[in-house]
Structure formats: structure tokens, C-alpha cells
Design a protein around this ligand. Sequence first.
Ligand SMILES: Nc1ncnc2c1ncn2[C@@H]1O[C@H](COP(=O)(O)OP(=O)(O)OP(=O)(O)O)[C@@H](O)[C@H]1O
Ligand SMILES: [Mg+2]
Length: 408
Amino acid sequence: MIIESILAGSVWIGAEYLKNGYGGNEKKKLDRIFRKSGLYIKYNGKEDTPKLLRVSRKESFIEYIYRIPEGLSFSDFEKKKQVIEDSLNSSKNTPEFSFSMIREFDLKGDYKKQIQSIIEPKSTLKEVYLSFDRVLKIKVFNEPLTDYLPYEKVPKCGDWEIPIGVTRTGFIKHSFDKIMHMVIAGTTRYGKSIFLKNVITTLLLNHPKRVSFILIDLKGGLTFQRFKDCPQVISIASNAEESLEVLEMVNNQIDEVMEFMKANGYENVQEAGIKNRCFIIVDEGAELSPNIEKDTDLKKIKGKCETILSRIARVSGALGYRLIYATQTPYSEILNHNIKQNCDAKLCFKLQSNKASEVVLGEGITDAAHLPFIKGRGVYITDRKHIVQTPMIENDYIERVVNNVINS
Ligand SMILES: Nc1ncnc2c1ncn2[C@@H]1O[C@H](COP(=O)(O)OP(=O)(O)OP(=O)(O)O)[C@@H](O)[C@H]1O
Ligand SMILES: [Mg+2]
């Protein structure tokens, strides 16, 4: 009797599943969401909604391919991504069924529990990923993107590359040869300093003979302490006065390199065959912002620091200098316009408001405000945008690398 009801139940679930096709329930739900969120066009008394062209099921996601109605653009859908995702997650979903569930049924086990586990909706949080290639592609992932990526697991990085993190579709690396400067932003405790440690460690590992660092750590100089004995670290500044001193040194060096290049008719370090790169890394750039400084003397010092940093961002890339500027308070009066404009790569962890996200990432790009509350989860933007989980690097790993570098 019990066996019969199990089989009857299984057949019913299977039939429902087949009737709806892959993700049939989700398909209907997406149609509803489009309507309710205004993703359709009314014209001549008719309604034009996104037309589903194909559905395909992959191991970790279902992909829905739509034709976008005339009069709507991909960005209209992108703006509603959060609505789509939240709506898909808002109520319990129909159980995902597979025939392997019947095969795995243990006749000697607890029937009630097993049937329940087949029938009960799973509480996994779905994640939505939108892309456009003449058609709108909506991937609905059944599992969220990993919230922990150990540094040891990242793929090897090539010339002047550093790991940015894992995305839904692969692994992203940043090449400092291609894009020279980077801004990093994010609310406190979401991963800026850990990311900077990823960068320094990777560069130490890959270019111990060619990299040098000017580290400006305005949070008491603690973040970079582990690197202080590396010969590649020229200096660690931990207040405005020390920062100015070291930045003035860089400024003079830039003049000299520029003179050398001009005299020899070189356009950039690649052409000049100069293989060394100097990274100027600022952790908590807001501390160098003159605009929020009340003390007149400090304001002057910070003003000079800002001028040099902005010059570094504007002119020093071709000369072999790289700027990485991190801040937790990316308001327009703090994040200098020149620095922002000349840092073509941005990595932004969780931010508190749409406005803060727009200041860093650009007008209308509010993704950083809508990131989940996950440490190391960020938006990486160059000419494309990716949601990434950045690697987590542990201090004992850093210490091993530093010891190797010092003793080699
Ligand atoms: N990529 C990551 N993966 C997992 N956990 C992380 C990651 N990055 C940071 N964390 C966790 O978050 C903590 C805070 O990170 P971190 O010190 O980098 O924050 P922060 O953005 O620099 O903060 P603050 O602005 O206060 O300096 C770390 O100690 C670590 O436990
Ligand atoms: Mg920090």
C-alpha cells in the first residue's frame, strides 16, 4: 500500500514536471513578473510582451531566451534584475523533480521523510544573471554564487595580472598592463584590505624582481604591516605628512622618467623596454581628502597629496606607475574626480546607497548597493560589469610568501 502510494506520488510529480517542461512553473512566473514590473509595451491597443524563444537546462542553471519587445532595451531589463530575482525568490517554488529521486528511494528507509523531501519545496535562493546578445538571456541559478573562495584555489595569474574573483561564468583576472589604475570602494569590513593583500601577494609571487610598492595605509599602518620587511616595499606611510613625503618622491621620479622618455622618443615603458612597475596603493583614501579636513595645516598637506595622486592617475601609467586607491566613503566630495576618471577599473564591495554606488561605478549603476551582505562579494567594472566573489587570503599564507621573498 505504501509502495503504491509512493509510486503514484512519484508518477504525479513526474507528470506535473513534464507538463510544465523544464522550469515550467518558473516560466509562468517570469511572464507574470514581466507584466507586473512593466516589462512589456502597449501599442495600438495591443500588448507586446517578451517572447520566450528557448529554454535550456544546464547543470547549475536554467536559461530562458527571450525576444525583447520593440520599444524596450536590455537596460530596461537590467534595471529590473533585482525585481526579477526577488520575485522568483518571494514565494516557495515548485519542487524540482528528477527520476533519479525515485531510483534513490530507499525502500528500507523512512518513507514519510523521503516523500516529504521529494515534495517539499527547496529553500535554496535563486540567483538571476542577465545578458544580451540580440536576444535576452536570463539564467536562473539554483544555487547562489559561492560566498567563500580561498586564495589557494585561484587560477594562476599571468604577466601583471591579479585575481579579481569567481563569477557565475568563469574566473576574472585584472591585467595591470591593460588597465593601469584601479579604484576600490566598499563599506567597512566587506573586503577592501583583504583584496589589497591579494594584489600585493600575487605581485610579489609573480614579479619579485620587478615590482616595488609605495604603501599608504591611513588606518594606522596596520593593514600592510606583514609586508614591511619585503625589499620590494619602498615605504609604508601611515599619516598625511608621511604620505606627502613619499608622494613628493614619486612625483619627482615621474618627472625624471618623463624626461628620459622624451629624450629617447619613447611613448611608454613597454616601448622603452622598462620591465619594472611601481604600485602606489592607498588604503582609506578618504583620510587624504582635503575637502573634509578642518585643520588648516593638514588641509594643505592633504591638498598637496591629492594633487600628486591625481597627477599619478593622469600621467604615470605610461611611465610604469600603477595606482590602486581604496576608500570606504566614496562620496563625490571625497573621491577626487581626476582619480576616479583615470582609474578605468573599479571594484566595489557592498555600499549603503544607490548614490554611493553611482559615484564609484557611474551614473545609473547601482549594483553595489544591491549586493548581498556577503564579505568579498563585489562589482568589478571595466568596459564590462561582473559580479564577483573575491578571494580570501589568510595571513599565514601571506607570511609564507613574505618569508620566501625575504630569504630568496
Ligand atoms: N574575499 C573575502 N572572502 C571572505 N571573507 C572576507 C573576504 N574579504 C574580507 N573578508 C572578511 O571580512 C573581514 C574584513 O575584511 P577587510 O579587512 O578587507 O575589510 P575592509 O573593507 O578593509 O574594512 P575597513 O573599511 O573597515 O578597513 C576580513 O577579516 C575577513 O574575515
Ligand atoms: Mg580595510
